[in-house]
Design a protein. Structure first.
Ligand SMILES: C[S@@+](CC[C@H](N)C(=O)[O-])C[C@H]1O[C@@H](n2cnc3c(N)ncnc32)[C@H](O)[C@@H]1O
Length: 270
């Protein structure tokens, strides 16, 4: 159970994510119609780096409205997805019912997973825009380790911490936040990354975590790191100035490229 002093922050974030769900589910960004027709929502990086999932149990942390969870299920994994947003879980369950997929969705804060999700898993997965919502990485890593079977794999792919140092609510993004910022960051802006023209008001509390803190939290909790990779391209066009390359990925054009856009970590519980 997470400390009470974060409750108000989590509540605001939950309300914002509840508002985002119907907008995202109707957006071109998430392509729900194509997803329902069989298109995977997973990207080449995680498909390649996590590898074979068939027959394995997989816990997806912060699953939003479940497209990635259901994509892993289509590849044969036995999946459970959790998310803070009840609207996200409702939407995930609606889509799952339409597609008749054997996936379990649970409304839960990451920190409450030990109380809300029984059992241990072969794989714990989380991706793209997740740890910035979490104030305490040591507790996050402990939840992951406790939910893994011995020999189980943790895999994450996430935007690079340098990306979160900028304030994107300004017309010209400015370097504003700490690489590791323990003090909460509050941002309020119109729209959402999946529909910037939407009139919804996003109110968000977040925390910045550098690579050292992420890796150290996972090691301290008992995981053995297999790799940490950094990438100059990302599957999503969610930051200013990105261009699509010949592989269909987005990158900052050469000459302006100063830092990676993504990183991934694969770790094992011995
Ligand atoms: C950017 S989305 C994840 C994106 C995901 N890869 C996708 O595109 O479907 C972040 C998700 O984290 C969830 N979230 C935020 N804080 C959380 C928390 N403390 N516990 C569980 N889920 C949380 C939000 O509800 C949201 O669905």
């Amino acid at each position: 159970m997470m400390q009470d002093n974060y409750t108000a922050f989590f509540k605001t974030n939950e309300q914002t994510w509840d508002l985002k769900v119907p907008i995202h589910a109707a957006s071109e960004f998430y392509e729900v119609t194509s997803f329902k027709q069989g298109k995977t929502s997973l990207n080449p990086i995680e498909l390649r780096e996590l590898g074979e999932v068939s027959g394995k149990t997989l816990l997806h942390l912060q699953c939003h409205f479940g497209l990635d969870t259901m994509s892993w299920s289509r590849l044969g994994a036995k999946c459970t997805g959790i998310d803070l947003s009840s609207k996200g879980i409702e939407k995930a369950n609606d889509i799952k019912k339409d597609l008749n997929l054997p996936v379990t969705f649970v409304k839960s804060n990451v920190y409450d997973v030990p109380e809300n999700v029984p059992g241990e898993f072969d794989i714990v997965f989380t991706s793209y825009g997740v740890i910035g919502w979490l104030p305490d990485l040591d507790l996050w890593a402990k939840v992951i380790v406790d939910k893994l079977k011995p020999g189980g794999v943790f895999y994450m792919v996430e935007f690079h911490p340098i990306m979160w140092m900028f304030d994107y609510t300004l017309e010209k993004p400015e370097l504003k936040y700490g690489y590791n910022q323990k003090e909460v960051i509050y941002e309020e802006y119109k729209g959402t990354y999946a529909d910037t023209a939407s009139s919804m008001l996003s109110k968000e509390y977040g925390w910045n975590h550098g690579l050292g803190d992420v890796i150290s939290a996972l090691i301290s909790a008992g995981l053995t790191i297999e790799f940490l990779h950094e990438f100059d391209e990302a599957p999503y066009d969610v930051f200013p100035g990105m261009l699509k390359n010949e592989k269909g990925q987005y990158e900052i054009p050469e000459g302006k490229r100063l830092h990676p856009l993504l990183y991934s970590i694969r770790a094992v519980k011995q």
